[in-house]
Design a protein around this ligand. Structure first.
Ligand code: KG4
Ligand code: ZN
Length: 361
């Protein structure tokens, strides 16, 4: 089985071909990602209209590159999977319409994929993780803990009640005058600073609910920064270090509760796994925290390679394979309308105050 995947939900234009070999093992035949970061840097964030136009310009060439790198023609793929949500609506329309046109012209099945499902299932592509497992998704638009019970079978356990974790990094960076995207720059500065100099809050610590909150932390950073302005390089590094320490301690406490719940619900699961996905998973301090946390709950951490943790089309092609294999193809995929909001767990109550930027994943 060979699937072409297309991803255009945010600021990456991506296409990939993923196959199952005769033994049923997955193979990434190509994985082409064009990042639009340069087009958005001047604005300090993703501008939806610019993103949509850039997808239109880049997508055809990216798909051709993905097919030719994989050494296959369109006639040789068994289906076309495209991100149909959640995300920025302009980009979703570009990707899904392209996939619809290609599917209609070639007579191949079309698989509209939930971007979050792509992130959720990647660990099965890279590490063959068995259901059920826990997913921690930490990106610029999402901060969630999701119980993954099967393909299309998800339960959201936790979400942020305000800012996403990547958003908190990006806003902190902006406040301190560090360039976009903020996460990597905050991490770099944090490595140089003294984490003990400033006392930042640990949001929701001790609360039974499993959710996250990061806007109070961001406000504390703003107040600290304006109280000691103008900031020296040392001040900036110390604030970043204190901020990152607050984040890692908060994650350890919050995620620890979800791990406990998982162990209680599924004591019989062998080699239980916490899977981490999303751009923030690139942060080494956060990875180290999770690495240390998991064994305390007799769980293992599965962190796919960064290129597959951040937005890419291999995860979309893979989700297409998983859906096809599970017989979850939809008969009227051609009439599927892109959805800017599309929770993985449709039964989960919306979180009040969340999703100001909640389009991305
Ligand atoms: O998953 P992703 O590439 O895109 C979406 O949001 O969908 O995640 C990007 C986010 C940005 O907020 C970025 O600042 C954050 O991930 N990020 C990091 C690091 N690298 C990327 N945050 C903290 N530390 C990092 N090293
Ligand atoms: Zn994403």
């Amino acid at each position: 089985m060979r699937i072409l995947g297309i991803e255009t939900s945010c600021d990456e234009t991506a296409a990939a071909v993923v196959a199952l070999d005769d033994a049923g093992a997955p193979q990434i035949l190509s994985n082409v990602v064009f990042s639009q970061i340069e087009e958005h840097t001047a604005f300090g964030g993703v501008v939806p209209e610019i993103a949509a136009r850039a997808h239109v310009e880049a997508l055809d060439g990216i798909i051709e590159a993905a097919l030719s790198e994989a050494g296959v023609e369109l006639s040789q793929v068994d289906g076309i999977a495209a991100t149909a949500g959640p995300g920025l609506i302009g980009g979703l329309i570009v990707g899904l319409m392209t996939a619809k046109a290609m599917a209609a012209a070639s007579g191949k099945p079309l698989l509209p994929v939930n971007h979050l499902e792509g992130h959720a299932l990647t660990a099965r592509l890279t590490d063959d993780v068995a259901f059920p497992y826990l997913l921690l998704l930490v990106s610029g638009g999402h901060t969630q803990v999701i119980l993954v019970r099967g393909v299309g079978d998800y339960q959201r356990w936790a979400s942020t009640i305000d800012d996403a974790l990547g958003e908190a990094f990006d806003k902190t960076a902006k406040l301190l005058g560090l360039p976009y995207p903020g996460g990597p720059n905050v991490e770099r500065q944090a490595a140089l600073g003294d984490a003990k100099r400033f006392a930042f809050p640990r949001p929701l610590r001790g609360e039974d609910r499993l959710d996250f909150s990061f806007s109070g932390l961001k406000t504390a950073v703003r107040q600290t920064a304006s109280a000691i302005a103008p900031l020296s390089d040392t001040d900036i590094a110390d604030i970043c270090a204190g901020f990152q320490r607050a984040i890692t301690e908060t994650l350890a406490e919050r995620v620890g509760r979800s791990l406990e719940k998982f162990r209680t619900l599924y004591p019989q699961v062998e080699r239980p796994a916490l899977v981490v996905a999303g751009g923030v998973a690139a942060n080494k301090a956060i990875r180290a925290t999770l690495d240390e946390l998991c064994p305390r709950h007799e769980m293992r951490l599965v962190a796919p390679p960064i290129a597959l943790c951040t937005d890419n089309a291999a995860m979309i092609a893979w989700a297409g394979i998983e859906r096809m294999r599970a017989g979850l193809e939809s008969a009227d995929a051609q009439s599927f309308a892109p959805r800017s909001r599309w929770p993985l767990d449709e039964d989960a109550a919306p979180i009040i105050g969340s999703g100001k930027r909640g389009a991305k994943a």
